[in-house]
Design a protein. Structure first.
Length: 341
């Protein structure tokens, strides 16, 4: 199987899974924190540093690794859902791509398009199709990065679909429950909605826990390493927890406002009155007080995503990383590593 390689704004994660009867086993896991501004606002600012860290990660995991599955997200990627007359084979492909050309805000010459038929309604003879468009320039930057690191990108996914894949592997998808998978990264927050047991839509919010990180560093006069530790709850005993909690709350306002807008838009476009459940992943899931803040502010039950829930692993093999502690960071790379090539 290929290896899932997740290049985030603050860290790189690498996961290798083995397919087994009835599930998966974790064979390799590695994480590496990036220099703070190596990637910012979805742009690779320091290519050499990122390439160096990718190569380091591969060398310490398995130098024979070549094929990797990567993902992209943010403003360089657009997803849309269309309902159209049922067709099959090349006729379906032509019709879908024609429809995509009418809808893409980018010039069709400037994007790479793909699609997936979500479901077919036998009664109405209509099909629901998911479209994905990635700006070529945006995509090429990431592909070139991987190639320059000496690896082969065999498949490009999106963060949202990788997270959804990891969720479906580890949780029972209840068609009666409306769920939001919220992945709070360092610079971007990705929200994927599941309705009637199927993917409904994705929204990206252009804020992440960098807002909290900056506020904590400033409030407690912490350097990069200490602020990063505080963000993971590793400095409980050495900083005032009431002040820490207050700082998390005030610095999260913009991020929470973005979540409220995304959920409000979903409700109005889907006709749903209330979300039943939020499954929280990414670095935001590890920030002390932040999950409960989301739950209280949005009035929706929050569970921390465990993408290792149904995946076998030997804890002694991964003592360095303690998978149960870093699990919320692994939603994307696990979803990538489980892709069939």
């Amino acid at each position: 199987m290929a290896v899932g390689l997740d290049i985030g704004a603050s860290s790189i994660k690498l996961v290798k899974l083995q397919r087994k009867p009835g599930g998966y086993a974790l064979k390799s896991l590695a994480l590496k924190e990036l220099p703070l501004d190596a990637i910012a606002a979805e742009e690779i600012k320091d290519r050499d540093a990122v390439i160096f860290d990718i190569q380091n990660l591969v060398d310490q995991t398995d130098p024979k690794i070549k094929d990797v599955v990567i993902s992209i997200s943010g403003h360089g990627v657009i997803t849309d859902k269309i309902v159209m007359d049922r067709k099959s084979g090349s006729e379906a492909e032509q019709a879908i791509l024609f429809e995509a050309e009418q809808r893409s805000p980018f010039d069709v010459e400037d994007v790479t398009l793909d699609y997936h038929i979500i479901q077919i309604d036998e009664e109405t003879n209509k099909m629901e199709v998911l479209l994905v468009a990635a700006r070529n320039e945006f995509l090429k930057n990431y592909l070139d990065l991987i190639l320059d690191a000496g690896l082969r990108p065999v498949l490009v996914d999106t963060d949202a679909f990788a997270i959804l894949n990891a969720y479906e592997i580890n949780y029972e998808v209840d068609p009666n429950r409306v769920t939001a998978l919220i992945d709070v990264g360092f610079d971007t927050t990705n929200i994927t909605f599941i309705k009637d047991g199927l993917y409904h839509s994705t929204r990206d919010a252009s804020n992440g826990i960098r807002l909290i990180y900056d506020a904590i560093g400033k409030e407690f006069r912490l350097n990069q390493e200490m602020a990063s530790k505080a963000l993971k709850g590793e400095m409980d005993g050495s900083i005032d927890q009431d002040m820490f909690k207050a700082t998390v709350f005030t610095s999260s306002e913009e991020l929470l406002a973005g979540l409220e807008v995304a959920i409000s838009y979903f409700k109005s476009s889907s006709g749903v009155r209330q979300l039943d459940w939020i499954v929280l992943s990414g670095g935001g899931a590890l920030v002390p007080y932040f999950p409960e803040l989301i739950q209280n502010k949005l009035g929706i039950p929050v569970e921390i995503f465990n993408p290792l829930r149904n995946i076998e692993y030997d804890p002694e093999m991964f003592m360095e990383y303690q998978p149960e502690k870093v699990a919320p960071l692994l939603a994307v790379p696990i979803g990538l590593a489980a892709r069939r090539i």
